[in-house]
Design a protein around this ligand. Structure first.
Ligand SMILES: CC(C)(COP(=O)(O)OP(=O)(O)OC[C@H]1O[C@@H](n2cnc3c(N)ncnc32)[C@H](O)[C@@H]1OP(=O)(O)O)[C@@H](O)C(=O)NCCC(=O)NCCS
Length: 147
């Protein structure tokens, strides 16, 4: 299996995978906004990276996507932080190591870019994979959606 870095031209394919992951139809304003956000971020290739696996027809079957942001620095931590937005492998292609391979490449990119911490929100499907890569729960994490 070959993992490659995604480019701006992969934005629509990755957006479709993301829609699949959050179980939302890939249509409408939110989907256009998502595709534009991915196209810009992947083309910029500075604070966002995607790593993908293609099938023999050239269609994406697995992708990991993440961004880097600057949090307040601390005494032992620069504040440069990675966030994993998504890891997804299409159902017919799971259990072949794709998910692990694309996530490992994303982590290597975060470390190479000077991140000292990587955050994510795990789904039930992703939990084992993330644990096997060293992630641990942060029991103090909380969040609030605007109503
Ligand atoms: C989570 C997810 C990305 C994993 O993708 P994947 O490509 O199947 O991942 P991998 O193949 O690397 O690993 C999955 C399992 O297959 C196993 N595996 C890897 N290569 C294998 C092979 N050649 N033969 C058999 N099993 C294999 C792994 O050991 C792992 O086993 P485990 O779950 O018992 O630990 C996928 O299930 C998915 O897309 N789920 C829906 C979206 C989602 O919830 N994503 C996480 C968001 S937080």
């Amino acid at each position: 299996m070959d993992v490659r870095r995604a480019t701006g031209t992969d934005a629509l394919s990755i957006a479709r995978l993301r829609a699949e992951m959050i179980k939302a139809p890939p249509v409408g304003r939110w989907f256009e906004d998502l595709t534009a956000y991915l196209a810009a971020g992947l083309a910029r290739a500075v604070d966002m990276a995607g790593f993908v696996v293609d099938d023999s027809a050239g269609d994406l079957v697995s992708a990991a996507l993440g961004s880097i942001y600057q949090a307040p620095p601390g005494p032992t931590y620069s504040g440069r932080t990675g966030y994993v937005h998504m890891v997804l492998t299409k159902p017919g292609h799971r259990h072949q190591g794709h998910g692990r391979a694309v996530t490992a490449c994303l982590l290597a990119w975060f470390w190479g870019q000077g991140c000292g911490l990587v955050n994510l929100t795990a789904s039930a499907d992703g939990e084992r994979l993330y644990r096997s890569l060293g992630f641990k729960e942060n029991a103090r994490s909380m969040r609030l959606f605007r109503e």
